[in-house]
Design a binder for this molecule. Structure first.
Ligand code: HAM
Length: 423
């Protein structure tokens, strides 16, 4: 029996990959404009990093990690997200000592979560994310959000909804935590086992429970916004002021808690509200994580970032009926007739390519008619036809496939001729 692809993963083939490349290219261009620099960290890390970084009461850590022991007996985990690793590297490489602060980084690469696969949810998916470390200015929160929004907008998406919330600082969270415990404790028996465990360890997680989502106590739960202290409140208001200044519409949703433990102050998600997008509508999630660097053994460092998956990006484009412009076709197909001409095209093809043109020739000994068909399939703009007779006379025919016009030109000026066409 043939071996099939693992569940929750996908092959991205030519024809589809061009969309990925366009999004990735646009993301890199935006990062350049916003001055975020690329960082590449390993695909696997010590499991401890995620236990401490992402949080041991989160779904990710409890249910979704690909964890294994390596041959040296160390516990290793395929990264389920990028932030913990970026902060690990920030601490380890002492980036807090860089002259340029804040340190602004971006990454793009596969993440792994053992989730139940469904539309928009994969076990291997590619995240593009950014992290800004070292600033406590709400203006950088607004910058991070605006980069994500602009990336979506520049690719043509219009049906977007930005939801923001504040999870406050430590003091606000402690007060809110107490209120949550008091709220749920008397009736915690009506909740799932996970929620019962969460009550003492991390009651905020209860609000994010997929199973008890509709329980009446969820709707009446105390809102974090009522527990924000003055600093947290002012921080959140400033962020809203900056978003308004940047013309980025948003909604405040006090129930947005996010699925990772490291957040405080700003939390946000960007959703697609395109019709028919499917059940999972979150395209992008992020927030502030002051304290994460300390958790990982570094100095106190504020940080904020987001991550989005290319898979959901592409699904959103599809839901809005946006066709990206791809596959322009090759510059030239070299057709040949006769053995000597065929041999000659080996060198000529190389010259074309080195001069900067995309070019192809026949490798299957096809008749001239079939070579033209191959040229059509590659959407060749020009087909150059070289026969043994032309070769003897140092000539080559070039056909413009858009107009049907054909010209005979001297073989030695062939490359120059193409260079002239490109100008
Ligand atoms: P997250 O909300 O877990 O946050 O994931 C961010 C984004 O990754 C989601 O909004 C979604 O687009 C995508 N994503 C997550 N899981 C899957 C999946 N199974 N299949 C396809 N796409 C998925 C984080 O990962 C944080 N590290 C974000 C962050 C960066 N916060 C601060 N900095």
């Amino acid at each position: 029996m043939a071996i099939s692809i693992p569940r929750g993963t996908q092959d991205i083939l030519p024809g589809e990959i061009e969309k990925w490349q366009l999004i990735e290219q646009k993301a890199r261009e935006l990062c350049e404009k916003y001055q975020y620099q690329e960082i590449r960290t390993p695909i696997f890390e010590h499991t401890d990093l995620f236990l401490r970084g992402v949080g041991d009461t989160t779904d990710i850590v409890q249910k979704e990690m690909y964890t294994f022991e390596d041959r040296g007996g160390r516990s290793i985990t395929l990264r389920p997200e990028g932030t913990a690793a970026v902060v690990r590297s920030f601490v380890e490489k002492k980036m807090f000592g860089y002259a340029n602060q804040p340190v602004k980084l971006y990454y793009m690469g596969p993440m792994f979560r053992y989730e139940r696969p469904q539309a928009g949810r994969f076990r291997q998916f590619v995240q593009f994310g950014i992290e800004a470390l070292g600033s406590n200015d709400p203006a950088i929160d607004a910058e991070v959000i605006s980069l994500a929004m602009n990336l979506y907008k520049e690719m043509g998406l219009r049906k977007l909804k930005l939801i923001i919330n504040s999870l406050g600082d430590k003091e606000s969270r402690t007060a809110h935590r107490e209120a949550l415990v008091n709220h749920f404790k008397p009736r915690i028996g009506e909740f799932c086992r996970d929620c019962q465990n969460r009550l003492e360890k991390n009651p905020l997680r209860i609000l994010d429970c997929k199973q008890d989502h509709d329980h009446e106590l969820m709707k009446s739960a105390p809102s974090i916004l009522e527990y924000l202290n003055d600093y947290s409140k002012a921080y959140f208001e400033k962020l809203q002021q900056y978003l308004t200044q940047l013309d980025i519409p948003f909604e405040v949703d006090a129930n947005l808690v996010r699925g990772l433990d490291y957040y405080n102050h700003t939390a946000f998600e960007i959703m697609s509200n395109a019709e028919g997008f499917g059940a999972i509508t979150t395209l992008c999630g992020g927030g502030r994580y002051n304290g994460l660097a300390e958790e990982i053994g570094g100095p106190e460092t504020p940080g904020i970032g987001f991550a989005l998956s290319i898979e959901r990006f592409i699904a959103a484009l599809k839901a809005e009926g946006i066709e990206l412009e791809i596959n322009e076709g090759i510059d030239c197909y070299l057709a040949s007739l006769g053995d000597e001409a065929k041999d000659y095209t080996v060198g000529l093809l190389q010259q074309l390519r080195l001069a900067g043109f995309s070019a192809e020739r026949d490798y299957l000994d096809r008749k001239i008619k079939a070579q033209f068909k191959a040229a059509d399939r590659l959407k060749a703009k020009y087909v150059a036809i070289l026969g043994d007779d032309e070769l003897k006379n140092n000539k080559i025919n070039v056909k413009n496939m858009a107009t049907g016009e054909q010209e005979e030109i001297a073989l030695e000026s062939f490359i120059q001729y193409f260079q002239g066409l490109k100008q």
